[in-house]
Design a binder for this molecule. Structure first.
Ligand code: IMP
Ligand code: MG
Length: 188
């Protein structure tokens, strides 16, 4: 039985729509960065699928690295606290950094990450996010490349999870609220 058969998910962006949009974003980024030293910085865990597809569509040289950021824990409501961990393997000094995010919600994560990356003296820092929930923004942040604007709902798939599940869906889907409510855990 697939997830969709279980009636817990409603697809809002199909695999075909994602593929087409990622190719468009890659073309735009390649044109903008063709004479620059591009470094893609993915935000784990959610962005790993988007990063893998986007970088393979990019027809210009680039370096790739990841940082780990978390703010949600296992609930669908942000804790408001952002943690960024993980040492960079790539030097950013004088290079053009493009942050690759799965989704920008309140904007807290990306703002904190931009500030952190700027301490490495890059030539520029820009942001590419697959999804943006503008309605929930709490921080002013410029998003240079946006795949899709989505309404204020909790989505999963294409790398995005709910309690570490659903990352393997090839599309973006809204999670049925009955499922999104965290279930009490029995004492072990
Ligand atoms: P922000 O700091 O509020 O912008 O949150 C960004 C992070 O929260 C994203 O990188 C995701 O990991 C997570 N997040 C926000 N909205 C969703 C969602 O609808 N589904 C899954 N994860 C989400
Ligand atoms: Mg994330």
């Amino acid at each position: 039985m697939s997830y969709c058969d279980e009636d817990i998910l409603e697809v809002i962006i199909t695999q075909q729509q994602i593929t087409a949009r990622v190719a468009e974003l890659a073309r735009q980024i390649a044109a903008d960065y063709q004479d620059k030293q591009l470094v893609l910085i993915g935000v784990l865990t959610g962005s790993f699928v988007f990063m893998a597809d986007l970088m393979r569509q990019l027809e210009i040289p680039c370096e790739v690295d990841f940082v780990d950021a978390s703010s949600y824990g296992d609930s669908t409501v942000s804790t408001g606290e952002v943690r960024i961990t993980g040492d960079l393997n790539v030097s950013l000094t004088g290079k053009d950094v493009l942050v690759v995010e799965d989704i920008v919600d309140s904007g807290r994560t990306v703002c904190k990450l931009i500030r952190l990356l700027q301490t490495h003296q890059p030539a520029s820092v820009s942001v590419c996010t697959l999804l943006s929930k503008t309605a929930r923004r709490e921080r002013t942040v410029e998003l240079n490349y946006i795949g899709f604007e989505i309404p204020d709902c909790f989505v999963v798939g294409y790398g995005l999870d709910y309690a570490q599940r659903f990352r393997n869906l090839p599309c973006i889907a809204v999670l049925n609220e009955d499922v999104a409510v965290p279930k009490p855990r029995a004492n072990e």
